[in-house]
Design a protein around this ligand. Structure first.
Ligand code: PBG
Ligand code: ZN
Length: 328
């Protein structure tokens, strides 16, 4: 290959239209998923202090908030329930109450916004009084196998309410197979399953745990979530979830794990979702607030990074501001 002076990289960089001609396109709004927090009651819109711009919303307020989101053609929402303290118990049974807050929200969104895909997070941590993602055994450790049935109940209750995609995030072994077979047995074979397949025990979930009031009361989640220092285990987890019947795989967090997205992209033909988590969101906001960076430019650069790494679907707290922050 010839080099300089025959080759000049700057030739195709000289103008905006030349750059656009060769560059990757920013993904459209239909590729984005907005995570939202739903609380019981009416007229509630509570600011989450660690996530400026995000709120805990009661179903009535949520519907209002979704109007501009649907108008921008944002593809999907991912629902997280935040029950009141009275709604928590040792088994997280509020998570599969037929008239629980997530179930209500799913029904209301399906009715009001038929073109918005509804995804739901399937876990127990917001509903257990100990804050872990599964039930505890006598020693206080998270007990894998008895948790599977509960997670399956949650998924089936979301499907019954109208969720089109359920997204298990508890990191229990066998959860994808357990949920798939429970959905099929309940005649929800058409409901999709997006597995939080390569999910790491991360320091970047702090703001979310404030939003969800779901921090473990004792211990941490390293006994079930992946180790940031073990790439191969993360890839095995995704392969196992694919074999168990997942329709979509996920890497979470996203920006600190671009290598995982890329490696997974080389190994699977399933769609890959990247979950741009709460800490990644708040980090950019805090930087911009201090005048240390331009928010729109940082958001766009990070969305391109996820796309370049190989993500097909982007779950991000920026999604509701697509036109303002992401669109070209
Ligand atoms: C809980 C869950 C978490 C997130 C999504 N589902 C927190 C955790 O695992 O502790 C994090 C999302 C975020 O930080 O934005 N199953
Ligand atoms: Zn959980």
């Amino acid at each position: 290959m010839k080099g300089f002076p025959d080759v000049r990289m700057r030739r195709l960089r000289a103008t905006e239209s030349l750059r656009k001609l060769t560059a990757m396109a920013m993904p459209g709004p239909e590729k984005f998923v907005w995570p939202i927090f739903v609380v019981p009651g009416k007229k509630r819109r509570e600011a989450i202090s660690a996530m400026p711009g995000q709120y805990r919303l009661s179903v009535d307020m949520l519907l209002r908030e979704l109007e501009p989101v649907a108008a921008q053609s944002v593809g999907s929402v991912l629902l997280f329930g935040v029950p009141d303290a009275a709604g928590k118990d040792a088994r997280g049974s509020g998570a599969f109450a037929p008239n629980g807050v997530v179930q209500q929200a799913i029904r209301a969104i399906r009715r009001a916004f038929p073109n918005l895909l509804v995804m739901s997070d399937v876990c127990l941590c917001a509903y257990t009084n100990h804050g872990h993602c599964g039930v505890l055994n006598k020693q206080g450790a998270v007990d894998n196998d008895p948790t599977l049935k509960l997670l399956a109940n949650v998924a089936v209750s979301h499907a019954a309410a109208g969720a089109q995609i359920v997204a298990p995030s508890a990191m229990m072994d066998g959860q994808v197979a357990a949920i798939r077979s429970a959905l099929d047995a309940a005649k929800f074979s058409d409901v999709g399953l997006m597995s939080y397949s390569s999910k790491f025990a991360s320091a970047m979930y702090g703001p979310f745990r404030e939003a969800e009031q779901s921090s473990p009361q004792s211990g941490d989640r390293r006994g079930y979530q992946g180790d940031a220092a073990d790439l191969r285990a993360a890839l095995r987890e995704s392969a196992l979830d694919e074999a168990e019947g997942a329709d979509i795989l996920m890497v979470k967090p996203a920006l600190f794990y671009l290598d995982v997205i890329t490696r997974l992209r080389e190994r699977t033909d399933l769609p890959i979702a990247a979950y741009n988590v709460s800490g990644e969101y708040s980090m950019l906001l805090a930087t911009a607030e201090r005048g240390w960076g331009d928010l729109r430019a940082m958001v766009r650069e990070s969305m391109l990074a996820l796309t370049r790494a190989g993500a097909d679907i982007i779950i991000t707290y920026w999604a509701h501001r697509y036109q303002e922050l992401i669109a070209s």
